[in-house]
Design a protein around this ligand. Structure first.
Ligand SMILES: [Zn+2]
Ligand SMILES: [Zn+2]
Length: 291
C-alpha cells in the first residue's frame, strides 16, 4: 500500500476548486507517480494536465466521471431508473462521438436551467416578488462552467433572500418546477467510453448519497447481485475510495478479482478540506493495470 496513485480528481472544469496546474504541483510535491482527472461530464482539463504531467514525469490517464441512468429490479420494485456515477479511463480524448455527446449534454443543461428560471420567475411575478434578472442567471451559469443545476439555482434564491435555505428553495420551488435532466443510460455510457478506446468503471459503490449503489442498498450481498447484472457494461470497480470501510473495500476487491475486473481508486479530490489528493492508501498494483 502507498500513496503513489490517485485516479479520481476534479478540476475547475467541473466542480473542483483547483486548476490542473495546482493539482499537478501538489502531485509532484507528494511524490505521486500516476494521476487521472475525472471531471463531471467534461474533458476540457485533460490536454493541459497531460502536458504538465509529462513535464513532471508523472503518469497521466485520461478520465471522466459520467452520470448515467441505471435500471435495476432492486430499486423500489424496479419502477424507477436510478442515477449512477461511472468513471471512464484511458479513452481517446479527441474521439468525435464523445465530444459530441458531452457538448449536447452541456447545451441541454443550460437550456434546462434557463427553463427553470423562467418557471420560477412566473411564480415570483404572481407573488409580487423580485424576479431573477438575466444578468443574475448569466452569472450563475458562468460561475459553474456548464455544470449548472438545481443546487446553483437554489443558492441564487437564498442569495436573493427569496427563501431562507436550500430546503425551502427545493420544497417551495425547485421540486414542483423541475425540468427533467437529459441523462444517458449505463449501456449508452459504456458504449461511448469503449468506442473511444477506454474502460468504464463503477464509481464509489459504497459511498451513499453520491449517486452510488449504496443509495439503493448498503447490503453488500444485494450490491453483488446488482453489480453482476452490470457486468456486460463495466470493466472495473472503484474499490479504493475515501469513505469506503475496510469491509467494503475488501469486498469490492475480492469481487473484482473473481470477475476479472480492473481495480481502481482515488480521493475524489475537489480542492476542499477533506478528500485531498494523495490522502488515500491505494495498492501500487492499481498502476500496473494501466500499462
Ligand atoms: Zn461521483
Ligand atoms: Zn468525483
Amino acid at each position: 500500500m502507498g500513496n503513489k496513485v490517485d485516479l479520481h480528481m476534479h478540476t475547475t472544469s467541473s466542480d473542483g476548486k483547483d486548476t490542473p496546474e495546482i493539482i499537478v504541483r501538489k502531485a509532484k510535491e507528494l511524490g505521486i507517480k500516476m494521476i487521472s482527472i475525472t471531471d463531471h461530464d467534461n474533458i476540457d482539463s485533460l490536454e493541459l494536465t497531460k502536458k504538465l504531467c509529462d513535464q513532471e514525469k508523472i503518469k497521466f490517464v485520461n478520465g471522466v466521471e459520467l452520470s448515467v441512468m441505471f435500471n435495476t429490479p432492486y430499486y423500489k420494485e424496479g419502477k424507477k431508473p436510478f442515477e449512477l456515477h461511472v468513471l471512464g479511463y484511458g479513452f481517446d480524448k479527441d474521439d468525435q462521438t464523445l465530444h459530441h455527446e458531452l457538448k449536447i449534454n452541456e447545451e441541454f443543461r443550460l437550456k434546462r436551467i434557463l427553463k427553470m428560471v423562467e418557471k420560477v420567475n412566473a411564480v415570483l411575478k404572481e407573488n409580487n416578488q423580485p424576479l431573477i434578472t438575466e444578468s443574475e442567471s448569466q452569472e450563475m451559469i458562468n460561475k459553474t462552467k456548464g455544470a449548472v443545476g438545481r443546487p446553483h439555482l437554489a443558492q441564487l434564491l437564498v442569495d436573493k433572500k427569496i427563501v431562507k435555505d436550500f430546503n425551502e428553495a427545493f420544497n417551495s420551488y425547485l421540486v414542483e418546477l423541475n425540468v427533467p435532466k437529459r441523462i444517458i443510460t449505463l449501456e449508452e455510457g459504456s458504449k461511448l467510453i469503449r468506442k473511444a478506446g477506454g474502460k468504464i468503471i463503477l464509481a464509489h459503490p459504497g459511498n451513499g448519497g453520491s449517486h452510488s449503489l449504496s443509495d439503493l442498498t448498503t447490503d453488500l450481498k444485494v450490491q453483488e447481485k446488482i453489480i453482476i447484472s452490470m457486468l456486460d457494461y463495466i470493466d472495473g470497480i472503484e474499490c479504493y475510495y475515501w469513505t469506503h470501510t475496510k469491509e467494503q473495500r475488501e469486498f469490492y476487491i475480492n469481487f473484482a478479482k473473481k470477475n476479472n475486473l480492473i481495480i481502481t481508486g482515488g480521493t475524489d479530490h475537489h480542492g476542499g478540506e477533506r478528500e485531498q489528493i494523495g490522502q488515500l492508501e491505494i495498492d501500487d498494483s492499481v498502476m500496473e493495470q494501466f500499462d
